[in-house]
Structure formats: C-alpha cells, structure tokens
Write a protein that binds this ligand. Structure first.
Ligand code: ADP
Ligand code: ADP
Length: 225
C-alpha cells in the first residue's frame, strides 16, 4: 500500500533542536496518534510530513518515492492531504466552493467529490453558506476535513482536529475518521484530547524533547503514560 514513512528526521531552529532523529510510519488502514507535552516537536513533525517544513536531515518517503523535497501542494497532488490547526477555510467562498478547491488540488479530480464528501460529513445543508457568515467552529472543521477528503487522499494528516469541538462533534468526527481508516486510508492525528486518541487511534507515539520515546498499541501506551 501507500505508506508515508519518515526516517531520521532532524529539524533545528537556530541552535535549538526541535526534532532529534524521528522515525515514523503511517500504514494504510491505520490511525496513528502523536501525543506529548507542548514543545515536544509534534507540530514540527507534522509539518515535515505535510511538506511545510524541510528537515535538516532525514527523509520522507511516500511509497517508493522520496518526497522530502516536494512542497506541500505537490504532496497533496500525490495523495497526502492535511487539515490545519488554525482553521483555514477560505472566507469569501461558500462551503461548496471551499470543498471544490480541495477536489481540484487532490490526487483524483472527481466531479462527484463535493457532493460525496459533503454528504459524508453532514454538510449538505450548509453548502451554499458563506463561511465568513459566522458558521460555528464545528462546521468549519467539517468544511476543512471535507476539503482535505475531496481529492481522495491516501494519507490524511490532522493537526488537533478536535480543537473547539463539543463532545457530540468529537464523537461524530471519530466515527468519520474510523470509517476512513476502515476503507484503507492512513491517518495521522496530532491531538491533545487523550479520550479521542483512545477512541480512535490504533497506534500511539509519545514525543518528548524532539524524540519519540514510546510507541505501541493505543491501550498499552495510554495505560502506561
Ligand atoms: P509541539 O507541537 O509538540 O508543541 P513544536 O513542534 O510546535 O512542538 O515545537 C517544538 C519546539 O520548537 C518548541 O520549543 C518550539 O518553541 C520550537 N519552534 C517551533 N517552531 C519554531 C520556529 N519556527 N522557530 C523557532 N522555534 C520554533
Ligand atoms: P499550524 O498547523 O502549525 O497551526 P497553520 O495551520 O497556521 O499552522 O498553517 C501552516 C501554514 O500553512 C501557514 O504558513 C499558513 O499560512 C498556511 N496555510 C494556512 N491555511 C492554508 C490553506 N488553506 N491553504 C494553503 N496554505 C495554508
């Protein structure tokens, strides 16, 4: 399958080492979570996988292809999609237009994608709305996810997907993400909410000070935190 794989990632900011030799694999059909304290390097790792930070050393492979030097938009085209921690819905576009942008930037240009993912995420009723017109956070997060999914990615990178969501919305998000993994997608979740991680992830990696210090099946890792 199409595995996204990081090997020996090292990132320094000035003299400060943010990633200190990180290896990670995202297998198809699996939700992988990265947890750890603030400053551990989770976002930096995420950005290396997404293509928004270039590592000082190490490689990122997508299947057999070395994508270390490919920028984010080119990775999206190959099938590596992402969502943003800071919500990044285009404010002057309708929900449907936002999702269509994702469909055009992705791996597959599928004319039915906007409708398909809007239905999957329960956005049918909102497709004509202007995001700028004050849609609630939960809806904006779904628009973002819909945009990422509209290009039929193989890998989905999610940066704090539960931020600002209520309990019911988190449960709905977890259902959708589990279904995507069951369909064969590889998912990475950087997440503070350990209840969501417990509910969702198959594998958990714990980061501290730029390194992965513990990895394993979710139950096992969370029980020993
Ligand atoms: P986390 O997501 O786990 O909170 P980050 O990857 O955001 O960790 O940050 C890891 C460390 O790198 C932190 O000490 C942070 O202050 C530092 N850092 C992150 N981005 C930058 C940057 N652009 N310039 C300098 N230092 C940074
Ligand atoms: P983080 O995930 O660390 O919070 P951001 O979500 O703010 O980072 O976004 C990371 C980078 O991607 C920023 O440089 C931002 O300007 C850019 N960006 C944000 N939203 C979009 C978008 N919808 N399309 C393309 N680039 C974006």
């Amino acid at each position: 399958g199409h595995v996204l794989r990081a090997r020996g990632l090292r990132v320094t900011y000035g003299g400060f080492t943010a990633l200190d030799g990180v290896d990670l694999e995202l297998p198809p059909g699996t939700v992988t979570a990265v947890v750890g304290p603030n400053g551990a390097g989770k976002s930096t790792l995420f950005h290396c996988l997404a293509g928004t930070v270039r590592p000082d050393a190490g490689r990122v492979m997508f299947g057999e292809r070395d994508v270390t030097r490919l920028p984010a938009h080119a990775r999206t085209r190959l099938g590596v999609a992402r969502t943003f921690q800071q919500l990044a819905v285009f404010p002057t576009l309708t929900v449907a237009e936002n999702v269509r942008v994702g469909a055009e930037q992705g791996r597959v240009v599928d004319p039915g994608a906007v409708e398909r993912v809007s239905r999957l995420l329960g956005l049918d009723g909102a497709v004509r709305a202007l995001p700028a017109a004050g849609l609630p956070t939960g809806t904006l997060r779904r628009v973002e996810l819909a945009r990422a999914l509209a290009g039929s990615p193989r890998v989905l990178l999610l940066d704090e997907p539960a931020a600002g969501l209520d309990t019911g919305e988190v449960a709905a998000l977890a259902r959708v993400l589990r279904a995507l993994a069951a369909d064969g997608m590889a998912l990475l979740v950087v997440e503070h909410d350990l209840d969501l991680v417990a509910d969702l992830a198959h594998t958990v990696h714990v980061m501290t000070a730029g390194r992965i210090v513990t990895s394993g099946p979710t139950r096992h890792v969370l029980d020993n935190l």
